[in-house]
Design a protein around this ligand. Structure first.
Ligand code: FES
Ligand SMILES: [Fe+2]
Length: 360
């Protein structure tokens, strides 16, 4: 289940890692603009894929292994017909994985054994999504991002790779207490802490924490968004299989929605596509120079701490997590992921509600 090798470690710390394998969902493989004329290699759930565009611009996703002699198809090129050509002997494949040409073989073309596994693909909102089960027709569609095309919003997409499991990456993205320490001054951690009511609601496919009556965070990001203070409406959500969403509303004018779409590259490497949609009082052209450096600094701090966490899990051969109520969503996220991995029956549609207080 995991790529971890047990090493010398206390017995209680051996073995368990919060890694779930959820292949029956859509994941972002790349941004549309990353996929131009050349084929692109991407690893998804440990499986190497090659992405390419045919002559009409449609994206194909194939196993990155030529059925002839196993060379990576991503080392090849897309030829004028829109087929993907292997760089070794020139076999050509279309987006469905069918072999369309074997050079030197008269009458060559499609034959069963010459197929490559093809993966379902969707392209929308500037993202290329892949369903990591070959040769199936999925019953679901990728996660909708309606604000990304709403002209009232400025949307920025950023991709990052972190050396951490999807669970650790998501938990970090939705973890409030660390913001006062790891990101002190940038977000929270200045001024007097406040006692905040939190309502956690869990559905079969998602869990949400609503923070009620939180004063505007005193850090730099909050001051830029709402210089006059006020109360924040803040909700954090985890949505199966690997989506973290953070939503802030400051007064009637400011609305920030950060959707982190996490792609499991391998058990301990996660690619995160952050789709940030803002409608804020400060003008759009100011958003980038003012907020981007803060966001990037926050991200770098998170990536470093996640890497440190992964290093420890590797060194000890497993995790030992001691959680409290202050880790509002961490256990809930893992519970949903594990249920989904086991294919556990869905619970009732009514959310399960839990209330708690946090001092932040
Ligand atoms: S290895 Fe691909 S064509 Fe021979
Ligand atoms: Fe963080």
């Amino acid at each position: 289940m995991s790529e971890l090798e047990p090493r010398l470690a206390p017995p209680s710390a051996r073995g368990h890692v919060s890694v779930a394998h959820l292949p029956d969902y859509w994941y972002v493989a790349c941004r549309s603009r990353e996929l131009r004329a050349a084929p692109l290699r991407r690893v998804l759930l440990g499986v190497p894929l090659v992405l390419f565009r045919d002559r009409a611009g449609a994206v194909g996703a194939l196993l990155d292994r030529c059925p002839h002699r196993n060379v990576e198809l991503s080392l090849g090129r897309v030829v004028a017909s829109g087929h993907l050509e292997c760089c070794y002997h020139g076999w050509q494949f279309d987006g469905s994985g069918a072999c369309r040409l074997v050079p030197g073989l008269p009458g060559s073309g499609e034959a069963k054994g010459r197929r490559v596994e093809a993966y379902p693909v969707r392209e929308r909102d500037g993202l290329v999504w892949v369903y990591p089960r070959p040769d199936v027709e999925p019953h679901t569609e990728p996660f909708p991002l309606p604000l990304a095309s709403d002209p009232a919003y400025t949307t920025v997409v950023r991709a990052f790779e972190v050396e951490a499991s999807v669970h650790a990456t998501i938990e970090n993205a939705l973890d409030v207490p660390h913001t006062a320490y790891l990101h002190k001054g940038l977000f929270r951690g200045k001024g007097e802490p406040n006692r905040i009511d939190v309502e956690v609601r869990r559905w079969p496919d998602r869990v949400e924490a609503a923070y009620i009556g939180e004063p505007r965070p005193p850090g730099l990001a909050g001051r830029v968004l709402s210089p006059s203070g006020g109360t924040v409406e803040h909700a954090d959500r985890f949505i199966l299989p690997s989506i973290a969403q953070v939503e802030y509303r400051l007064g009637p004018e400011n609305h920030v929605l950060v959707t982190s779409l996490c792609t499991p590259v391998t058990d301990f490497v996660t690619r995160l596509y952050a789709v940030i949609s803002l409608r804020v009082r400060i003008p759009g052209w100011l958003v980038k120079p003012v907020l981007q450096p803060i966001a990037l600094k926050i991200f770098r701090q998170d990536a470093e701490i996640l890497e440190a966490q992964t290093r420890q899990i590797r060194a000890f051969g497993g995790e030992q997590f001691m959680s409290t109520d202050a880790d509002v969503l961490g256990r809930e996220i893992w519970r949903l992921m594990r249920h989904a991995e086991r294919g556990a029956p869905e619970a009732a549609e009514e959310p399960v509600v839990r209330r708690l207080q946090l001092v932040i």
